[in-house]
Ligand binder design. Structure first.
Ligand code: NOJ
Length: 538
């Protein structure tokens, strides 16, 4: 690992979805003490830190992404004392702790909104985005909610609409209001004072909206719909020019960074869903005065081929400057990568080589719970669907429950997650991939991840070295990573066939990584299907 203050630059952050990690209380829902119990396991993966999805007080209509008290733990997950114990244990294991901050919107149960909706004159009247109806009573403009329908809901007391980019119960905080902005920064300070090492910032480019409330234009016919929402969602039919990524956000991100800089060694990773995600990522993370890192949906939505990955890397490299990405290939919002990538491929081998790519890219990494086991997307029957997003767009889009089912720790009852029926069903196919089954199997995905991350740790060039794409033919992905006098060559075969290539740089030695095989004869490299090779450049 490198300089402790800069741990995040090239660090690997393991994302935990608290509801589904481990239920220590026997109520079918995971909790903070369950996470603490499993931190040794997390540390054994050779990751640098964790990101905890929300555990704050919430009515849970969006499973914690609707916060009603930013400074407390929801009783479902435990207490503030439990969180402090978690933090202490993580730190004793050398793991950094990042928590989610969902400041763009609150729950409609939050006292700020309860007050704001009373009338047009109360002290919090403008802390949320209120607007008069059009003369015909319809919403102020054409903005849509990602979770379905208009982004505006009428409130009879104020005789006005309020804005919500997600559920009607997630009113959008008005970031044009200085006191509201400051209040959110104060909430973040509360956790920094408790000793957290950083924040994952939910929907970081949604903080500001166009104060003139101008209509978004439609996506012109034939042009790509680039936002991170599923195709079936009409939200993708608009260009999101006015409801997100507004220029005012940059100044707020500077204020946020000034707060973080008061706590050395802390960091931020922003979530970016945008029409031009890589551009936004570069804009938000360059210059050292805004975010430290950001992730986009570029590797979260698509199946991946060497050419697609080359395109993403090239585009980012062109824009990057000193910007810093955090690459993620799975999380609690998208279909699990093993299913996305592996539909027609080898279900075990393909995820392994893709993880090898992920851990070799220039940037930090978010690794979602269960990805180290190669879990496929769970098949949740309609009667068990919890995600409101899934209910709205069913059957074309089944929501996000399939990636949120409980972690399989053992192949026994409920996968060792809970003694009772969990909030989402334990996927039968996950039992044979349980931690207990993979733990001692040297060929298991779990141990591949451990080996790859140990390898990454021992090579500073993989941590934050420069990246240059090299030409190894259309079917392979190849690049060098260079830092100081170390230059590594990394080549990946994402296809189901053996591939041979002539290496464009002179190799000094091969760097073996457990689970990966390749043969090299001088400058001729032969890579079996779904294999990766790492070499030291002369
Ligand atoms: C992004 C989060 O990752 C997602 O789970 C949530 O529903 C929305 N933001 C709204 O907070």
């Amino acid at each position: 690992m490198q300089d402790n203050m800069m741990w995040w630059r090239g660090g690997v952050i393991y994302q935990i979805y608290p509801r589904s990690f481990l239920d220590s209380r026997g109520d079918g829902v995971g909790d903070l003490n369950g996470i603490t119990e499993k931190l040794d396991y997390v540390a054994s993966l050779n990751v640098d830190g964790i990101w905890l999805s929300p555990f704050f007080t919430s009515p849970m209509l969006d499973f914690g992404y609707d916060v009603s008290d930013y400074r407390d733990v929801d009783p479902m997950f435990g207490t503030l004392e439990d969180f402090k114990a978690l933090l202490e244990k993580a730190h004793s294991l050398g793991l950094k702790v990042m928590i989610d901050q969902v400041i763009s919107h609150t729950s409609d149960q939050h006292p700020w909104f309860q007050e704001s909706r009373q009338n047009r004159t109360n002290p919090k009247a403008d802390w949320f985005v209120w607007a008069d109806p059009k003369p015909d009573g319809t919403p102020p403009n054409n903005w849509l909610s990602i979770f379905g329908g208009s982004a505006w809901t009428f409130d009879s007391r104020r005789q006005q609409y309020y804005l919500h980019n997600f559920l009607t119960s997630q009113p959008d905080v008005n970031f044009h209001h200085p006191e509201a902005r400051q209040a959110q920064l104060d909430n973040m300070r509360f956790w920094l004072d408790l000793g957290v090492d950083g924040f994952r910032l939910d929907t970081v480019n949604f903080y500001f909206h166009d104060a003139e409330l101008r209509d978004n234009p439609p996506v012109p016919k034939g042009e790509a719909k680039t936002l991170g929402a599923p195709e079936a969602n009409p939200y993708t039919w608009q260009r999101h020019v006015y409801d997100l990524s507004r220029p005012e956000n940059l100044d707020f991100l500077k204020d946020l960074r000034a707060l973080m800089d008061e706590y050395p060694g802390t960091t931020t990773v922003g979530e970016i869903g945008d029409d031009n995600p890589l551009e936004r990522m570069a804009e938000y993370t360059a210059g050292g005065d805004k975010l430290h890192m950001a992730y986009t949906f570029d590797l979260l939505n698509m199946p991946h081929s060497a050419s697609y990955l080359r395109e993403v890397i090239e585009r980012f490299q062109r824009l990057a400057g000193d910007a810093w990405p955090c690459w993620a290939t799975s999380n609690h919002d998208v279909v699990r990568s093993a299913t996305r990538w592996g539909a027609d491929e080898d279900p075990h081998a393909y995820p392994k080589v893709m993880l090898a790519v992920l851990f070799s890219l220039r940037g930090s990494v978010c690794l979602y719970q269960g990805e180290e086991l190669g879990l496929p997307e769970a098949d949740v029957p309609f009667e068990r669907i919890q995600d409101p997003y899934g209910k709205v767009l069913w059957p074309e889009f089944k929501g996000r429950d399939g990636c949120r089912t409980p972690m399989p720790w053992t192949d026994g009852e409920q996968g060792g997650f809970s003694p009772v029926e969990p909030w989402l069903p334990m996927e039968a196919r996950h039992l044979e991939l349980a931690v207990s089954r993979q733990q001692d199997d040297p060929n298991a995905t779990l141990n591949t991840v451990r080996a790859l991350l140990a390898f990454r740790r021992s090579h500073p060039a993989l941590f934050d070295g420069d990246l240059s794409l090299v030409d190894v033919g259309d079917d392979l992905l190849g690049f060098t990573r260079q830092k100081g006098d170390e230059t590594l060559l990394c080549v990946f075969n994402l296809t189901g066939q053996e591939q041979q290539t002539t290496l464009p740089v002179e190799v000094a030695s091969d760097l073996p990584v457990a689970h990966f095989t390749a043969t090299r004869d001088g400058s001729t490299l032969t890579l079996p299907a779904y294999q990766a090779a790492f070499m030291q450049v002369a």
